[in-house]
Design a protein around this ligand. Structure first.
Ligand SMILES: CC(C)(COP(=O)(O)OP(=O)(O)OC[C@H]1O[C@@H](n2cnc3c(N)ncnc32)[C@H](O)[C@@H]1OP(=O)(O)O)[C@@H](O)C(=O)NCCC(=O)NCCS
Length: 171
């Protein structure tokens, strides 16, 4: 449709007043490593360092997209995947706690899947902790389907283990 051709999906949602305005999704590079590590630290029990992000993003097979807030001035979250031939794996997704529960994660993930599609990826995999209610709801809402479990995969505090839910989506 001509109208849709002029406006991206999130711009239409902004225009309709369905999402908070003043954000955008853009590709990230190793220049963003410190901000990514900062958000990761506030999101995971075992965070990845800026050096780890820098190393991963130095490879052509790793692609990351960021959600910029405050009129594009500040990184509010990101998603990062590894591509192998026509398959992708979501390595991590995290939103700063202040940005959560606004429905912005599905916007970020959908745009990222679109980027993967443009890189000729046609199937995407991920693993998620069975107790991560928000992440499971996000992945299901975007269209991922469960295709297996790995028991005792995640090791949390006090030696507690939980299973990984394996999910996939065809693009
Ligand atoms: C996972 C994460 C990115 C989701 O972002 P979010 O802003 O919290 O989620 P959203 O507000 O976009 O909501 C996504 C869905 O989860 C649901 N949801 C969010 N929090 C929930 C909760 N505590 N309980 C149940 N459902 C929840 C929302 O209702 C929404 O579902 P819908 O689309 O059917 O309405 C975010 O919580 C996060 O960064 N968590 C820490 C890092 C992490 O766990 N990453 C995933 C690793 S696999």
């Amino acid at each position: 449709m001509a109208f849709e051709g002029l406006m991206k999906g999130w711009q239409i949602l902004d225009w309709l007043g369905k999402r908070p305005a003043g954000y955008r999704v853009a590709m990230l590079s190793s220049d963003n490593s410190y901000c990514m590590a900062d958000i990761h630290e506030r999101s995971f029990f075992r965070p990845w360092s800026a050096e780890e992000f820098e190393h991963m993003l130095s490879g052509r097979e790793v692609v990351a997209d960021g959600l910029f807030i405050n009129h594009g001035k500040q990184l509010g979250g990101f998603v990062m995947s590894r591509i192998a031939a026509d398959e992708g794996e979501i390595l991590t997704i995290a939103l700063d706690p202040s940005v959560r529960n606004k429905g912005l994660s599905s916007l970020l993930l959908k745009e990222h899947l679109h980027v993967l599609q443009q890189r000729c990826v046609n199937k995407v995999f991920l693993e998620v902790d069975e107790n991560n209610v928000a992440a499971l709801a996000l992945y299901r809402a975007v269209g991922f389907r469960e295709n297996g479990r790995r028991s005792g995969y995640y090791h949390g505090a006090a030696g507690r283990t939980t299973s990984a839910v394996m999910m996939t989506i065809d693009l």
